[in-house]
Design a protein around this ligand. Structure first.
Ligand SMILES: [Zn+2]
Length: 237
């Protein structure tokens, strides 16, 4: 596995904590796995992404998106998909893109390659079983990439997706989410929000829903077009 050898060598050479921290959590880092954090800036298009679903609140989010005719990308956890397969299926049925967000939403710090591969593979299988869709995108739980993740992604043909702006919607009120996200929107932006809370049952994502209700009309008025992440990355598709 040349990827693992390369990563080990890089760790030995770099060493410094700051470099390590960047490699693991930096949104633009591709040290441990290939990933993107924005689309091309040539078009006035952006992508909303929702992590940690599906949850009991996902249907309400789907209604908001349908009313506004906004496609989005949902990075689903396999465990949540197994708990709520009908909702996972409905996300796909409404034309949204589905990505892999691991099975149990663990932190990958100090985890071995087999553990990471198992997490990605189980989620991939759960999503495929429920929705008949094979994700091509992966978002690391907590944004943590770790040596060995590259091989796991490659074996499942998954491209990593980080974000241009993250709403911190798991702690902020709707007003604060809107104030945080809006100034960072630019052509090609990938926005990270949440329609679940790791693998919790019945999480409160009310602030996210309210923020989305407010953000979409403002961004449309500013001339932005909403696309799935795959559309955003491949404008010719
Ligand atoms: Zn997550």
């Amino acid at each position: 596995m040349p990827g693992v050898i390369g990563e080990t060598a890089c760790l030995a050479i770099c060493g410094a904590g700051a470099v390590m921290a960047y490699g693991v959590r930096g949104r633009s880092s591709t040290l441990f796995a290939p990933s993107v954090y924005r689309g091309p800036d040539s078009q006035r298009a952006i992508a909303f992404t929702f992590d940690d679903g599906p949850s009991e609140s996902t249907p309400e989010l789907l209604r908001i998106l349908a009313d506004c005719e906004v496609p989005a990308t949902f990075f689903q956890c396999g465990m949540n998909v197994e708990r709520l397969p009908e909702i996972a299926r409905e996300v796909a049925r409404q034309g949204h893109e589905i990505g892999n967000h691991s099975h149990t939403h663990p932190k990958f710090y100090f985890r071995g390659p087999e553990f990471m591969h198992e997490e990605l593979a189980r989620a991939q299988a759960a999503i495929e079983n429920a929705t008949q869709v094979s994700p091509v995108l992966f978002r690391a739980p907590f944004g943590v990439r770790w040596p060995g993740l590259r091989a796991a992604q490659q074996s499942l043909n998954l491209l990593g997706v980080m974000w241009t702006v993250i709403g911190r919607d798991w702690v902020l009120a709707a007003d604060a989410i809107v104030r945080r996200v809006l100034p960072k929107i630019e052509n090609g932006a990938i926005v990270c929000l949440h329609d679940g809370r790791e693998v919790s049952v019945r999480p409160d994502v009310g602030p996210t829903l309210n923020a989305v209700r407010r953000l979409i009309p403002i961004l449309k008025a500013e001339g932005y077009r909403f696309e799935s992440v795959s559309q955003l990355l491949c404008p010719t598709n």
